[in-house]
Design a protein around this ligand. Structure first.
Ligand code: G6Q
Length: 552
């Protein structure tokens, strides 16, 4: 598929296509030289974040045309429908109300005529009580020892958000508690995360919206066996296991008392769930007050997204710039480059949020799309990435738009580390935009033969996002910024952003093969030749391999 094929024959897309032909040859060097006020013109501020988007290959006219496109796609009505609780997740027939979870104004939000806010507040109170007890050492394990270790078992949306936020907000966490995460069904993950823990001091949080996910239930069963091997009494489960789920029936079937269940609802998508009960490990780590500041940050960005005019709306601007590169320049990937070590899981988190939402090929009418939808999202924190993959962004043949994210103040102000750190951030965006010309390289006395290797074309677009410090509030606003960017792009691409049928398929296929890994050898083959041969090879390797287990 040609990434630059346009969404449809809407005149707004055509106008942008024509406009693109005049912008593509222009260099950011020229655009900055012609307009000394460009940085002021193309920057905007909201919810503690400053966005400089002047280093993008745009003019005022580009933006005008992009805003017209958004309006022509009925973006404003779609946004209102989400905030109103309409069933905008059409293929699953559900509303999409993660914004209600952090609706700090408590304005009523109705689903089927019922205000959801009292239930949300009830669960937040339940979480607060649990977090306070654990943090105060008042949640005792079965033998009477206080709980000191929390192990969250969940995967995908029931893992990535809590992991990312717990890492990001480490400076706000109670360091006497150990909070760990197990997601992979690879036994190594669980084994390594619990090997130095005492079951008598450990609480497992089993986080699963459906409570049917193979990986999570397998890990939870093994964790229960580990606890019972030492505590030797089923009654211990009640003190050492709690569940975060929408599915009370499956939770009790697993053996967790529903009194130890923290509920959420089917209108919370997995990857949008970190402000629901799924955020419990975060609240335990950072405490209820900081958790509520996180929600305040989300809410501030939610209000900005709902109320600010398109022209100064951060999520809308980021979304439109993404569409500009994706659909007109053919950019297939987008890099997320946080200049903060605490945000080291942020690109992985966004990978799911964005790619599971907008990695779709079917439009809202059920037809195959003929335009590019969600790009590949990837990244690593700076400055590490600079010594690894930035080479390709600077001098490779692909156009890779990138978001740089940083803070004015560090939580660890060691000597001049932070100044050097941020100098690198700014220097990279500068180099990407302006490059280094043949003349500049030659003037440095570089030999003629070497000049082509030392030239940087530049004209690589970047967004710079800057906030005062990484706090619960600025983090909440940052996450909401990207959530709403993703929503906006889904509207422009005319796809449903809130289902994930691709994930569902994997869940079914693995179960079929699992049976065949242990079936009697004479069982007639029922897979394609390659899969059948792999199964066979795996089984024969298993039966011949010596036990390589060494130390534990
Ligand atoms: C997220 C996806 C997916 C989901 C996991 C775990 O939006 O639906 O990543 O979160 O598959 O599902 P459970 O929470 O139901 O175990």
């Amino acid at each position: 598929m040609n990434r630059t094929l346009l969404r449809n024959r809407q005149p707004e897309w055509k106008a942008l296509e024509t406009h693109h032909r005049s912008i593509a040859p222009l260099h950011l060097r020229t655009l900055f030289a012609e307009d000394p006020r460009r940085a002021d013109r193309f920057s905007v501020e909201a919810a503690g974040w400053f966005l400089d988007y002047s280093k993008n290959r745009i003019t005022e006219q580009t933006l005008d045309l992009l805003f017209q496109l958004a309006r022509a796609c009925n973006f404003e009505a779609a946004r209102e429908a989400m905030f109103n609780g309409d069933r905008i997740n059409v293929t699953e027939n559900r509303p999409v109300l993660h914004v209600a979870l952090r609706n700090r104004s408590n304005r009523p939000i109705l689903v089927d005529g019922q205000d959801v806010m009292p239930e949300i507040n009830r669960v937040l109170d339940q979480m607060t009580d649990c977090a306070r007890r654990i943090r105060a050492g008042a949640w005792l394990g079965y033998t009477g020892k206080p709980i000191r270790n929390i192990v969250n078992i969940g995967i995908g949306g029931s893992d990535l958000g809590p992991v990312m936020v717990t890492e990001a907000l480490k400076p706000f966490s109670q360091r006497s508690l150990t909070v760990r995460f197990v997601s992979n069904v690879d036994g190594t993950h669980l084994a390594e995360q619990i090997r130095d823990l005492d079951p008598a001091e450990t609480l497992f949080i089993v986080a699963s919206k459906t409570f049917t996910t193979q990986e999570t239930l397998t890990n939870a069963r093994s964790a229960r066996a580990w606890v019972l091997a030492q505590l030797k009494d089923e009654a211990a489960v009640a003190r050492h296991f709690i569940a975060l789920s929408t599915n009370a029936t499956e939770v009790s079937r697993f053996g967790i008392d529903t009194a130890n269940m923290f509920e959420f609802w089917d209108w919370v998508g997995g990857r949008y769930s970190l402000t629901s009960a799924i955020g419990l490990p975060i609240m335990i780590a950072i405490g209820p007050e900081h958790f509520f500041s996180l929600l305040d940050g989300f809410h501030a960005m939610d209000r900005h997204f709902a109320e600010a005019p398109l022209e100064s709306n951060l999520p809308v601007i980021l979304a439109l710039l993404g569409v500009w590169y994706n659909n007109f320049f053919g950019a297939a990937t987008h890099a997320i480059l946080p200049y903060d070590q605490y945000l080291h899981r942020f690109p992985a988190y966004l990978q799911q949020a964005d790619m599971e939402s907008n990695g779709k090929q079917t439009d809202r009418e059920g037809r195959r799309v003929h335009w590019a939808t969600g790009p590949v999202i990837w990244g690593e924190p700076g400055t590490n990435g600079q010594h690894a993959f930035y080479q390709l962004i600077h001098q490779g043949t692909q156009l890779i738009p990138a978001d740089f994210i940083g803070f004015a103040r560090s939580h660890n102000p060691l000597g001049d580390h932070h100044l050097k750190f941020i100098a690198n951030f700014f220097a990279q965006t500068q180099a990407l935009a302006f490059g280094k010309t043949t003349e500049e390289v030659t003037a440095e006395g570089i030999s003629k033969k070497m000049v082509p290797f030392r030239v940087f074309e530049g004209n690589r677009p970047t967004n710079s996002l800057l906030a005062e410090q990484l706090t619960p509030a600025t983090l909440g606003a940052l996450i909401a910024l990207y959530e709403h960017k993703i929503f906006t792009q889904g509207i422009l691409w005319n796809i449903y952003s809130f289902d994930q049928w691709g994930v569902q398929l994997g869940k079914v296929l693995a179960d079929r093969i699992l049976t065949d890994l242990t079936a009697p050898v004479a069982t007639p083959p029922r897979h394609d030749g390659s899969t059948q041969a792999l199964i066979h090879r795996f089984r024969s390797l298993q039966s011949t391999a010596p036990d390589r287990m060494t130390s534990r």
